[in-house]
Ligand binder design. Structure first.
Ligand SMILES: NC(=O)c1ccc[n+]([C@@H]2O[C@H](COP(=O)([O-])OP(=O)(O)OC[C@H]3O[C@@H](n4cnc5c(N)ncnc54)[C@H](OP(=O)(O)O)[C@@H]3O)[C@@H](O)[C@H]2O)c1
Length: 382
């Protein structure tokens, strides 16, 4: 089996080095966009060199971004090549287009590396859903934000300092927006929910609030109240046409499983009708775990092991977050127009609200943010 590698950055170089030990799966060509003399004849600037090479049967997309990654994958599928990708942002928008094309052209399409890296979580989700009805999924799917929250909690540090430290250590990107605004978690929740519940989910319909505005004083308050804060995703099947799905910082009491996820670990849970609650824990990011997940997908292609390709999601869910209610911590300089108890101490206004629907709180947060860009909210579990 010979692959064409699109992109050789963090994940691509992990895949390249992982495959250098193997004889059954080899790299035929690598698409680059700047000179890479170290790659010799393997490097090419032209996607056609990969798409028109009859010896290359599989394309691995690890370039990131929407375009030209989407166009290249569609062209690869139409050229009869299997595709594996780690591109969660793209998959959250285009999973349906890509899986539909893969079925039409009879090729395999692997997404194992897009959520949970080396855990391997998606693979098990794809297996479980064939023989069980998944009721809900939840947990921590973004290692960077977990590292930031865990460090703030443990050392009482400032958000900006921890973020800068994570960037220097290579755990956070130069532009950290996708992580700290919850977009990366949202993409992963969108893919997971589509796979788990069997219908596609529009990422723009999922409610999201990130951790950009969390402060050391917030964490101090949470400690006083006996809580640990984690950025959690949650999705739940309501009926055949509706799910709830949201991403928000969440305050957890002692003993909650997610509080055991330290540093950049992921912890993802799901509840099946037959299996009950299951947890997946481990390294969700980084070149080695992600490369492992890509290469696992390639080994499945080699063995013609088709899961999602044989049984893709069908139809679209409506996201409805009006049924899930819980209390919220709110820090705002604005007046709060909902039932809430004001916390004592500190310079800012901090409240614990009465239980309220997730969609209502997220709508309120969006409007409060116009007047108070530093607003922070966190759901409270239990
Ligand atoms: N890093 C992780 O831990 C992780 C985990 C799970 C999933 N992913 C996903 O994996 C994908 C890759 O992530 P990464 O961290 O490896 O990114 P990265 O380090 O930025 O690498 C991307 C590589 O693709 C190249 N590239 C981009 N556009 C190109 C184009 N048009 N033609 C040729 N080459 C192009 C870049 O070239 P230059 O070097 O010239 O910029 C770079 O070498 C993303 O979709 C990401 O979301 C990453």
């Amino acid at each position: 089996m010979k692959i064409g590698l699109l992109g050789i950055g963090t994940v691509g170089s992990g895949v390249f080095s992982h495959l250098s030990d193997r004889e059954d799966i080899t790299v035929g060509k690598i698409l680059v966009r700047r000179e890479r003399p170290d790659l010799g004849d393997l490097a090419t600037f032209h996607i056609e060199d990969i798409l028109n090479d009859p010896e290359i049967d599989t394309v691995v997309e690890v370039m990131g971004g929407m375009e030209p990654a989407f166009e290249y994958m569609m062209r690869a599928i139409r050229a009869g090549k299997n595709v594996a990708t780690a591109n969660k942002l793209l998959l959250s928008y285009h999973l349906e287009d890509l899986l539909t094309a893969a079925r039409e052209y009879g090729v395999q399409f692997k997404i194992d590396a897009s959520v949970g890296g080396g855990i391997p979580y998606l693979f098990n989700l794809m297996r479980s859903r064939r023989t069980d009805t998944i009721r809900s999924l939840f947990g921590i799917v973004n290692g960077t934000t977990n590292l930031i929250l865990d460090t703030m909690q443990t050392h009482g540090s400032d958000f900006d300092d921890v973020l800068a430290q994570a960037q220097r250590a290579g755990y956070a990107e130069a532009d950290p927006s996708a992580d700290i605004d919850g977009i990366d978690s949202l993409s992963k929740l969108c893919i997971s929910a589509s796979v788990a519940f069997g219908k596609y989910v529009n990422p723009e319909h999922i409610s999201v609030f990130g951790i950009r505005n969390i402060t050391r004083e917030d964490i101090h308050q949470f400690k006083k109240l006996g809580y640990v804060c984690r950025l959690l995703v949650r999705a739940e099947r309501i009926d055949d046409d509706h799910i709830s799905a949201f991403v928000e910082p969440t305050l957890l009491g002692p003993g909650e499983p997610e509080t055991t996820a330290r540093r950049n670990d992921n912890l993802i849970g799901l509840v099946g009708t037959y299996t009950g609650q299951q947890y997946f824990y481990g390294q969700g990011v980084g070149n080695d775990p992600t490369a492992f997940a890509v290469v696992s997908g390639l080994a499945d292609i080699r063995d013609n092991f088709r899961l999602l390709e044989n049984d893709p999601p069908s139809g679209r869910f409506i996201v409805d977050n009006s049924h899930i209610m819980h209390r919220y911590y709110v820090r705002t300089t604005s007046r709060l127009s909902i039932p809430a108890e004001k916390l004592r101490g500190g310079e800012s206004n901090r409240y614990i609200t009465a239980p309220m629907p997730v969609d209502r709180m997220h709508a309120l947060a969006a409007s409060l943010r116009m007047r108070d860009p530093g607003l922070f909210i966190a759901g409270i579990r239990g």
